[in-house]
Ligand binder design. Sequence first.
Ligand SMILES: *[C@@H]1O[C@H](CO)[C@@H](O)[C@H](O)[C@H]1NC(C)=O
Ligand SMILES: *[C@@H]1O[C@H](CO)[C@@H](O)[C@H](O)[C@H]1NC(C)=O
Ligand SMILES: *[C@@H]1O[C@H](CO)[C@@H](O)[C@H](O)[C@H]1NC(C)=O
Ligand SMILES: *[C@@H]1O[C@H](CO)[C@@H](O)[C@H](O)[C@H]1NC(C)=O
Length: 320
Amino acid sequence: MHFSLLFTSILGITATASSQILSSSLTHIPSFGPNPRNVSMYIYVPKTLAPKPPILAIPHWCHGTAQAAFVGSPYASLSDTYGFISIYPSSPNTADQCWDVSSNASLTHQGGGDALGIVSMVRWALEKYGGDRERVFVMGTSSGAMMTNVLLGSYPDVFAAGSAFAGVPFGCFAGPGFDYWSDECAKGKIVKNGTEWAAMVRNAYPGYTGFRPKMQVFHGTADTVLDPQNLEEETKQWTSVFGISETPKRVDKDTPLKGWTKSIYGDGGRFEAYEAEGVTHDIPNQVDVVMEWFDLKCKSGNGTMCFSRKSGMYNKLVAE
Ligand SMILES: *[C@@H]1O[C@H](CO)[C@@H](O)[C@H](O)[C@H]1NC(C)=O
Ligand SMILES: *[C@@H]1O[C@H](CO)[C@@H](O)[C@H](O)[C@H]1NC(C)=O
Ligand SMILES: *[C@@H]1O[C@H](CO)[C@@H](O)[C@H](O)[C@H]1NC(C)=O
Ligand SMILES: *[C@@H]1O[C@H](CO)[C@@H](O)[C@H](O)[C@H]1NC(C)=O
Protein backbone atom coordinates (compact mmCIF):
# COMPACT_ATOMS: atom_id res chain seq x y z
CA MET A 1 0.00 0.00 0.00
CA HIS A 2 1.16 3.55 0.54
CA PHE A 3 4.34 2.77 2.41
CA SER A 4 5.74 0.20 0.01
CA LEU A 5 5.19 2.62 -2.85
CA LEU A 6 7.38 5.18 -1.14
CA PHE A 7 10.02 2.67 -0.27
CA THR A 8 10.58 1.45 -3.82
CA SER A 9 10.90 4.92 -5.26
CA ILE A 10 13.42 6.09 -2.71
CA LEU A 11 15.69 3.11 -3.23
CA GLY A 12 16.01 4.13 -6.86
CA ILE A 13 17.25 7.59 -5.89
CA THR A 14 19.72 6.17 -3.37
CA ALA A 15 21.68 4.29 -5.98
CA THR A 16 22.50 7.42 -7.96
CA ALA A 17 23.27 9.83 -5.13
CA SER A 18 25.55 7.73 -2.93
CA SER A 19 28.46 8.25 -5.29
CA GLN A 20 28.89 11.89 -4.17
CA ILE A 21 32.37 12.73 -2.94
CA LEU A 22 32.01 14.78 0.21
CA SER A 23 34.37 16.83 2.38
CA SER A 24 32.91 15.47 5.61
CA SER A 25 30.54 12.75 6.79
CA LEU A 26 27.14 12.29 8.38
CA THR A 27 27.56 12.40 12.16
CA HIS A 28 25.26 11.14 14.90
CA ILE A 29 24.71 13.55 17.80
CA PRO A 30 23.47 11.64 20.87
CA SER A 31 22.42 14.58 23.02
CA PHE A 32 21.22 17.99 21.86
CA GLY A 33 18.52 19.32 24.19
CA PRO A 34 14.83 18.71 24.89
CA ASN A 35 13.76 15.63 22.94
CA PRO A 36 10.84 13.96 24.70
CA ARG A 37 10.25 11.52 21.84
CA ASN A 38 13.85 10.42 21.36
CA VAL A 39 14.18 11.55 17.75
CA SER A 40 17.68 10.73 16.47
CA MET A 41 19.92 13.50 15.23
CA TYR A 42 22.39 13.31 12.36
CA ILE A 43 24.21 16.30 10.99
CA TYR A 44 26.36 17.10 8.00
CA VAL A 45 28.86 19.89 8.66
CA PRO A 46 31.02 20.62 5.62
CA LYS A 47 34.75 21.02 6.10
CA THR A 48 34.51 24.66 5.07
CA LEU A 49 31.58 26.49 6.62
CA ALA A 50 30.17 29.77 5.39
CA PRO A 51 30.53 32.58 7.92
CA LYS A 52 27.38 32.36 10.08
CA PRO A 53 26.18 29.27 8.22
CA PRO A 54 22.51 28.81 7.35
CA ILE A 55 20.87 25.56 8.45
CA LEU A 56 18.72 23.20 6.40
CA ALA A 57 16.71 20.43 8.09
CA ILE A 58 15.62 17.50 5.92
CA PRO A 59 13.10 15.19 7.62
CA HIS A 60 12.77 11.89 5.73
CA TRP A 61 9.68 10.14 4.28
CA CYS A 62 7.80 7.18 5.82
CA HIS A 63 10.06 4.12 6.02
CA GLY A 64 12.96 6.50 5.52
CA THR A 65 15.93 7.19 7.74
CA ALA A 66 18.38 10.03 8.20
CA GLN A 67 20.93 8.04 6.20
CA ALA A 68 18.52 7.46 3.31
CA ALA A 69 17.61 11.15 3.17
CA PHE A 70 21.31 12.00 3.29
CA VAL A 71 22.37 9.81 0.36
CA GLY A 72 19.09 10.22 -1.50
CA SER A 73 19.53 13.94 -2.14
CA PRO A 74 22.34 16.23 -3.27
CA TYR A 75 22.05 18.66 -0.35
CA ALA A 76 25.15 17.41 1.45
CA SER A 77 27.20 18.01 -1.65
CA LEU A 78 25.59 21.45 -1.96
CA SER A 79 26.53 22.07 1.70
CA ASP A 80 30.13 21.52 0.64
CA THR A 81 29.82 24.05 -2.15
CA TYR A 82 27.93 26.75 -0.28
CA GLY A 83 28.96 26.17 3.34
CA PHE A 84 25.58 25.59 4.98
CA ILE A 85 24.83 22.88 7.54
CA SER A 86 22.28 20.15 6.93
CA ILE A 87 20.44 18.23 9.65
CA TYR A 88 18.91 14.81 9.08
CA PRO A 89 16.57 13.69 11.86
CA SER A 90 15.42 10.08 12.14
CA SER A 91 11.92 9.21 13.32
CA PRO A 92 11.48 7.27 16.56
CA ASN A 93 8.31 5.61 15.19
CA THR A 94 9.82 2.19 14.52
CA ALA A 95 6.54 0.74 13.20
CA ASP A 96 6.60 2.78 9.98
CA GLN A 97 9.25 5.48 10.38
CA CYS A 98 6.64 8.19 9.68
CA TRP A 99 6.85 11.48 11.57
CA ASP A 100 4.65 12.54 14.43
CA VAL A 101 2.54 15.10 12.60
CA SER A 102 -0.55 14.11 14.59
CA SER A 103 0.01 14.73 18.29
CA ASN A 104 -1.16 17.88 19.97
CA ALA A 105 2.39 18.07 21.31
CA SER A 106 3.92 18.42 17.83
CA LEU A 107 1.14 20.77 16.79
CA THR A 108 1.87 23.12 19.70
CA HIS A 109 4.79 25.54 20.07
CA GLN A 110 7.16 24.04 22.66
CA GLY A 111 4.55 21.34 23.25
CA GLY A 112 6.90 18.40 22.65
CA GLY A 113 6.47 15.65 20.07
CA ASP A 114 8.83 14.95 17.19
CA ALA A 115 8.61 18.62 16.19
CA LEU A 116 10.33 19.78 19.37
CA GLY A 117 13.07 17.16 18.92
CA ILE A 118 13.86 18.52 15.46
CA VAL A 119 13.78 22.13 16.67
CA SER A 120 16.19 21.22 19.48
CA MET A 121 18.61 19.91 16.83
CA VAL A 122 18.39 23.22 15.01
CA ARG A 123 18.96 25.22 18.21
CA TRP A 124 21.91 23.00 19.14
CA ALA A 125 23.53 23.45 15.73
CA LEU A 126 22.95 27.22 15.73
CA GLU A 127 24.74 27.45 19.07
CA LYS A 128 27.54 25.02 18.31
CA TYR A 129 28.49 26.40 14.89
CA GLY A 130 27.48 30.06 15.28
CA GLY A 131 24.74 29.52 12.70
CA ASP A 132 22.50 32.20 11.30
CA ARG A 133 19.25 32.28 13.32
CA GLU A 134 17.61 34.25 10.55
CA ARG A 135 18.33 31.58 7.94
CA VAL A 136 16.96 28.23 9.08
CA PHE A 137 15.12 26.15 6.50
CA VAL A 138 13.20 22.89 6.34
CA MET A 139 12.37 20.70 3.40
CA GLY A 140 10.89 17.24 2.91
CA THR A 141 8.90 14.82 0.80
CA SER A 142 5.74 12.97 1.88
CA SER A 143 5.94 12.51 5.68
CA GLY A 144 8.87 14.95 5.57
CA ALA A 145 6.65 17.43 3.75
CA MET A 146 3.96 16.99 6.39
CA MET A 147 6.61 17.69 9.02
CA THR A 148 7.68 20.78 7.08
CA ASN A 149 4.11 22.10 7.34
CA VAL A 150 4.03 21.23 11.05
CA LEU A 151 7.35 22.90 11.84
CA LEU A 152 6.39 26.11 10.04
CA GLY A 153 3.12 26.20 11.97
CA SER A 154 4.44 25.35 15.43
CA TYR A 155 7.78 27.18 15.17
CA PRO A 156 7.32 30.31 13.05
CA ASP A 157 9.95 31.91 15.29
CA VAL A 158 12.62 29.40 14.25
CA PHE A 159 12.26 28.91 10.49
CA ALA A 160 12.70 31.35 7.63
CA ALA A 161 11.14 29.15 4.93
CA GLY A 162 9.88 25.70 4.05
CA SER A 163 9.59 23.57 0.93
CA ALA A 164 7.12 20.66 0.94
CA PHE A 165 6.87 17.95 -1.73
CA ALA A 166 3.65 15.90 -1.65
CA GLY A 167 2.57 16.78 1.87
CA VAL A 168 -0.59 17.85 3.69
CA PRO A 169 -1.53 21.03 5.57
CA PHE A 170 -0.58 21.73 9.17
CA GLY A 171 -3.00 19.81 11.41
CA CYS A 172 -4.53 17.66 8.65
CA PHE A 173 -3.20 14.48 10.28
CA ALA A 174 -4.16 15.59 13.80
CA GLY A 175 -5.31 12.62 15.83
CA PRO A 176 -4.63 10.36 18.77
CA GLY A 177 -1.01 9.55 19.47
CA PHE A 178 2.38 10.20 17.92
CA ASP A 179 2.08 8.02 14.84
CA TYR A 180 -1.47 8.39 13.66
CA TRP A 181 -2.21 7.85 9.94
CA SER A 182 -5.19 9.97 8.92
CA ASP A 183 -6.80 8.10 6.07
CA GLU A 184 -9.31 10.91 5.72
CA CYS A 185 -6.61 13.49 5.16
CA ALA A 186 -4.58 11.18 2.91
CA LYS A 187 -7.63 10.65 0.74
CA GLY A 188 -8.25 14.39 0.45
CA LYS A 189 -11.45 14.28 2.47
CA ILE A 190 -10.45 16.90 5.00
CA VAL A 191 -11.55 20.08 3.30
CA LYS A 192 -11.67 23.36 5.21
CA ASN A 193 -11.72 27.01 4.34
CA GLY A 194 -8.69 29.22 4.71
CA THR A 195 -9.95 30.79 7.92
CA GLU A 196 -10.31 27.39 9.56
CA TRP A 197 -6.92 26.15 8.36
CA ALA A 198 -5.20 29.36 9.42
CA ALA A 199 -6.83 29.19 12.86
CA MET A 200 -5.14 25.81 13.42
CA VAL A 201 -1.78 27.39 12.61
CA ARG A 202 -2.41 30.39 14.86
CA ASN A 203 -3.59 28.17 17.72
CA ALA A 204 -0.28 26.33 17.57
CA TYR A 205 1.40 29.43 18.96
CA PRO A 206 -1.25 31.73 20.39
CA GLY A 207 -0.26 35.38 20.59
CA TYR A 208 2.61 35.07 18.14
CA THR A 209 2.70 38.08 15.84
CA GLY A 210 6.23 37.90 14.48
CA PHE A 211 7.60 36.90 11.09
CA ARG A 212 5.91 33.97 9.36
CA PRO A 213 8.21 31.71 7.34
CA LYS A 214 7.52 31.62 3.61
CA MET A 215 6.39 28.36 2.04
CA GLN A 216 6.47 26.60 -1.30
CA VAL A 217 4.47 23.40 -1.94
CA PHE A 218 4.59 20.81 -4.72
CA HIS A 219 2.13 18.02 -5.53
CA GLY A 220 1.53 15.57 -8.38
CA THR A 221 -1.95 15.35 -9.87
CA ALA A 222 -1.62 11.54 -10.06
CA ASP A 223 -0.68 11.12 -6.39
CA THR A 224 -2.70 8.20 -4.99
CA VAL A 225 -0.96 8.13 -1.60
CA LEU A 226 -1.73 11.68 -0.53
CA ASP A 227 -4.57 13.01 -2.63
CA PRO A 228 -3.74 16.20 -4.61
CA GLN A 229 -6.68 17.88 -2.86
CA ASN A 230 -4.06 18.48 -0.20
CA LEU A 231 -2.29 20.96 -2.47
CA GLU A 232 -5.46 23.02 -2.52
CA GLU A 233 -5.83 22.75 1.26
CA GLU A 234 -2.21 23.80 1.84
CA THR A 235 -2.81 26.73 -0.47
CA LYS A 236 -5.88 27.85 1.46
CA GLN A 237 -4.03 27.44 4.74
CA TRP A 238 -0.88 29.39 4.01
CA THR A 239 -2.45 32.14 1.92
CA SER A 240 -4.88 32.72 4.78
CA VAL A 241 -2.06 32.73 7.34
CA PHE A 242 -0.34 35.40 5.23
CA GLY A 243 -3.60 37.25 4.64
CA ILE A 244 -3.20 37.09 0.86
CA SER A 245 -5.71 36.02 -1.79
CA GLU A 246 -6.35 32.33 -2.53
CA THR A 247 -6.40 33.24 -6.20
CA PRO A 248 -2.95 33.29 -7.76
CA LYS A 249 -1.62 36.58 -9.03
CA ARG A 250 0.41 34.84 -11.65
CA VAL A 251 0.43 31.36 -13.18
CA ASP A 252 3.47 30.06 -15.05
CA LYS A 253 2.96 26.96 -17.20
CA ASP A 254 5.68 24.37 -17.73
CA THR A 255 7.69 25.62 -14.75
CA PRO A 256 10.20 24.27 -13.75
CA LEU A 257 9.38 21.19 -15.86
CA LYS A 258 7.03 20.49 -18.75
CA GLY A 259 3.56 19.85 -17.36
CA TRP A 260 4.24 21.55 -14.03
CA THR A 261 2.35 24.73 -13.21
CA LYS A 262 3.67 27.30 -10.78
CA SER A 263 1.16 29.56 -9.06
CA ILE A 264 2.36 32.67 -7.28
CA TYR A 265 0.17 34.22 -4.59
CA GLY A 266 0.04 37.72 -3.22
CA ASP A 267 2.89 39.91 -4.30
CA GLY A 268 5.13 36.86 -4.46
CA GLY A 269 7.85 35.74 -2.14
CA ARG A 270 5.65 34.34 0.60
CA PHE A 271 3.70 31.45 -0.89
CA GLU A 272 3.92 29.53 -4.14
CA ALA A 273 2.41 26.22 -5.27
CA TYR A 274 3.46 23.80 -8.00
CA GLU A 275 1.01 21.35 -9.52
CA ALA A 276 2.77 18.56 -11.41
CA GLU A 277 0.56 17.11 -14.13
CA GLY A 278 0.56 13.31 -14.22
CA VAL A 279 3.16 13.02 -11.45
CA THR A 280 2.60 10.37 -8.77
CA HIS A 281 3.58 10.42 -5.10
CA ASP A 282 7.10 9.72 -6.30
CA ILE A 283 7.57 13.42 -7.02
CA PRO A 284 11.13 14.40 -7.92
CA ASN A 285 12.80 17.04 -5.76
CA GLN A 286 13.49 20.28 -7.63
CA VAL A 287 16.89 21.12 -6.26
CA ASP A 288 17.42 24.36 -8.21
CA VAL A 289 13.99 25.70 -7.24
CA VAL A 290 14.54 24.84 -3.58
CA MET A 291 18.04 26.30 -3.44
CA GLU A 292 16.75 29.51 -4.95
CA TRP A 293 13.70 29.67 -2.64
CA PHE A 294 15.99 29.36 0.38
CA ASP A 295 18.65 31.56 -1.24
CA LEU A 296 21.17 29.02 0.00
CA LYS A 297 23.84 29.93 -2.50
CA CYS A 298 24.09 33.32 -0.84
CA LYS A 299 26.74 33.79 1.84
CA SER A 300 25.38 36.34 4.28
CA GLY A 301 28.37 36.61 6.58
CA ASN A 302 30.15 39.01 4.25
CA GLY A 303 27.37 41.58 4.22
CA THR A 304 25.73 40.30 1.06
CA MET A 305 21.98 40.68 0.83
CA CYS A 306 20.48 37.23 1.37
CA PHE A 307 16.95 36.08 2.06
CA SER A 308 16.43 35.91 5.83
CA ARG A 309 13.78 36.32 8.53
CA LYS A 310 15.14 39.69 9.53
CA SER A 311 12.91 42.00 7.59
CA GLY A 312 10.53 39.48 6.12
CA MET A 313 11.86 39.49 2.60
CA TYR A 314 15.33 40.20 1.22
CA ASN A 315 17.38 41.95 3.75
CA LYS A 316 20.84 43.37 4.04
CA LEU A 317 22.64 41.81 6.96
CA VAL A 318 25.36 43.60 8.83
CA ALA A 319 28.79 42.17 8.10
CA GLU A 320 30.48 40.71 11.16
C1 LIG B 1 16.56 6.32 21.63
O1 LIG B 1 16.78 5.86 20.32
C2 LIG B 1 17.97 5.16 20.17
C3 LIG B 1 18.20 4.78 18.71
O2 LIG B 1 17.20 5.19 17.88
C4 LIG B 1 17.97 3.92 21.03
O3 LIG B 1 19.19 3.23 20.88
C5 LIG B 1 17.75 4.32 22.47
O4 LIG B 1 17.63 3.17 23.27
C6 LIG B 1 16.52 5.17 22.61
N1 LIG B 1 16.42 5.70 23.97
C7 LIG B 1 15.33 5.62 24.68
C8 LIG B 1 15.39 6.23 26.03
O5 LIG B 1 14.30 5.13 24.24
C1 LIG C 1 -2.29 20.86 23.49
O1 LIG C 1 -1.08 21.03 24.22
C2 LIG C 1 -0.95 22.30 24.82
C3 LIG C 1 0.45 22.42 25.40
O2 LIG C 1 0.92 21.24 25.94
C4 LIG C 1 -2.04 22.45 25.86
O3 LIG C 1 -1.95 23.71 26.46
C5 LIG C 1 -3.40 22.30 25.17
O4 LIG C 1 -4.43 22.34 26.12
C6 LIG C 1 -3.48 20.99 24.41
N1 LIG C 1 -4.71 20.97 23.63
C7 LIG C 1 -5.45 19.90 23.54
C8 LIG C 1 -6.64 20.02 22.65
O5 LIG C 1 -5.20 18.86 24.12
C1 LIG D 1 -15.20 29.05 7.16
O1 LIG D 1 -15.82 28.02 7.89
C2 LIG D 1 -16.37 28.47 9.12
C3 LIG D 1 -16.85 27.25 9.90
O2 LIG D 1 -17.57 26.39 9.10
C4 LIG D 1 -17.48 29.45 8.86
O3 LIG D 1 -18.01 29.93 10.08
C5 LIG D 1 -16.91 30.64 8.08
O4 LIG D 1 -17.94 31.51 7.72
C6 LIG D 1 -16.20 30.14 6.83
N1 LIG D 1 -15.51 31.28 6.25
C7 LIG D 1 -15.57 31.56 4.97
C8 LIG D 1 -14.81 32.75 4.55
O5 LIG D 1 -16.20 30.88 4.19
C1 LIG E 1 30.10 37.31 -0.53
O1 LIG E 1 29.03 36.42 -0.84
C2 LIG E 1 28.63 36.49 -2.19
C3 LIG E 1 27.42 35.58 -2.35
O2 LIG E 1 27.69 34.29 -2.00
C4 LIG E 1 29.79 36.07 -3.08
O3 LIG E 1 29.38 36.16 -4.43
C5 LIG E 1 30.97 36.98 -2.83
O4 LIG E 1 32.06 36.50 -3.57
C6 LIG E 1 31.33 36.98 -1.36
N1 LIG E 1 32.39 37.95 -1.12
C7 LIG E 1 33.41 37.68 -0.33
C8 LIG E 1 34.41 38.78 -0.18
O5 LIG E 1 33.55 36.60 0.23
